[in-house]
Write a protein that binds this ligand. Structure first.
Ligand SMILES: [Zn+2]
Ligand SMILES: [Zn+2]
Ligand SMILES: [Zn+2]
Length: 379
């Protein structure tokens, strides 16, 4: 908005004097919107206290006012056309069109409590609002600031809602308002809150009212909750799956390590076992050592008969499928399995391939493939 335009309307026709200029940095607040940055200066403002008081006095006293704002229940609020026109382009347009009596022009703002209108108009003067007023009328102020295009107040309302005034009790109302008032960030914040607290929110009065007034919106919300629920379950399932594949991969690493280097209680078959070995870095080692010891001593050892041995057989077979060079490999039965795999059914082959693929893919997200690099390296 150009300053000249704004003044033209009021100065040429008006009897009321132009509002006194704001001193210091605050003079630029209309142009630059340097109004609210959350500074805790009595309410929400960065305008100096003296300037704020001066503007509020102008509003409260109605000194040489030239606009009557009619509100619900025959309320009237007096204001100055030049201030209103400067603060809100919509009001400027309304004032330019309104036919006045003498110097008086009139506006109507209905459907909002008079006190909310008063807080709104006072904000247009001082760019401030008291904390209590903001808490009481934040929803009305949001609507008013949207309708009359006062972006700095709208931003402040959104900020206040996001940082404290939003609750599970009012979130449904505010969500609808945010959609109506084109406040995308606020609607997103509300939507998240609804998803997170669906049980409580869907029990609120606001939800019941919405079911009556906006059944389509209610349906969409329920769908988004179900959708989010599904996504959450899917995320958990994937995480669990990833954990299993990582564990399997670690077991594979540890198996090679035990058979190649020896670890704690198990020595490599071609080296002397050292009592004072430092603890190794393989997390799966301990569990695997127990399994290997069991496997060595178990009398059943047939897959189907002993679950521990069955696991060991699977690990050995899996290893063989990952192993690049059975000639150098120290893992027992590595070469035997390689021979057996050649005679395997298509169905089994696909099953194992899938497992290997998934395991390697999981690992690749986190690091390099151990087997292609380390397995063949001399111990
Ligand atoms: Zn170890
Ligand atoms: Zn066994
Ligand atoms: Zn091998």
């Amino acid at each position: 908005m150009k300053m000249d335009d704004a003044y033209e309307g009021s100065l040429s026709k008006s009897v009321a004097p132009a509002a006194p200029p704001l001193p210091g940095p605050a003079t630029s607040y209309h142009q630059k919107g340097l109004v609210m940055n959350g500074l805790p200066l009595r309410g929400y403002s960065s305008v100096s206290t003296a300037a704020k008081d001066l503007w509020e006095r102008l509003f409260d006293s109605g000194y040489k006012a030239d606009v009557a704002i009619y509100t619900d229940y025959n309320g009237i609020i007096y204001a100055h056309a030049n201030v209103l026109g400067m603060a809100s382009p919509v009001m400027k347009g309304m004032l330019n069109q309104s036919k006045g009596h003498g110097r008086w022009r009139s506006l109507s703002i209905h459907g909002v409590p008079q006190d909310a209108v008063r807080v709104f108009i006072r904000f247009l003067y001082s760019s401030c609002s008291e904390k209590a007023d903001m808490e009481d009328y934040v929803l009305h102020l949001l609507v008013l600031s949207h309708v009359f295009v006062v972006p700095q107040l709208k931003r402040e309302c959104e900020r206040q809602l996001e940082h404290g005034l939003l609750s599970t009790e009012n979130v449904v109302d505010i969500f609808q308002l945010a959609l109506l008032c084109d406040a995308p960030r606020l609607s997103l914040v509300c939507h998240r809150m609804i998803l997170k607290n669906f049980k409580v929110v869907s029990d609120s009065e606001g939800w019941k009212a919405m079911m009556q007034s906006h059944p389509v919106l209610e349906k969409e919300l329920v769908e988004s909750v179900l959708d989010e629920d599904h996504k959450q379950k899917e995320r958990i399932r994937k995480l669990k799956e990833r954990k299993i594949y990582l564990q399997l991969y670690e077991a594979m690493e540890a198996l090679v390590h035990i058979c190649r280097d020896g670890c704690k209680t198990i020595g490599p078959h071609d080296k002397d076992f050292k009592e004072d070995q430092a603890p190794c870095n393989y997390t799966a080692c301990k569990g695997l050592e127990l399994l290997v010891r069991h496997f060595a001593g178990c009398r059943l050892r047939i897959p189907g008969k002993c679950s521990h041995c069955k696991r060991m057989w699977q690990l050995l077979e899996l290893h063989s499928r990952l192993c690049d060079d059975s000639d150098v490999c120290r893992v027992p039965l590595c070469r035997n399995f390689k021979e057996r795999i050649k005679k395997q059914s298509k169905k089994d082959e696909i099953k194992w391939k899938k497992l290997v693929e998934k395991m390697l893919r999981t690992k690749r997200i986190g690091g390099t493939n151990f087997f292609s690099e380390e397995l063949a390296s001399p111990s």
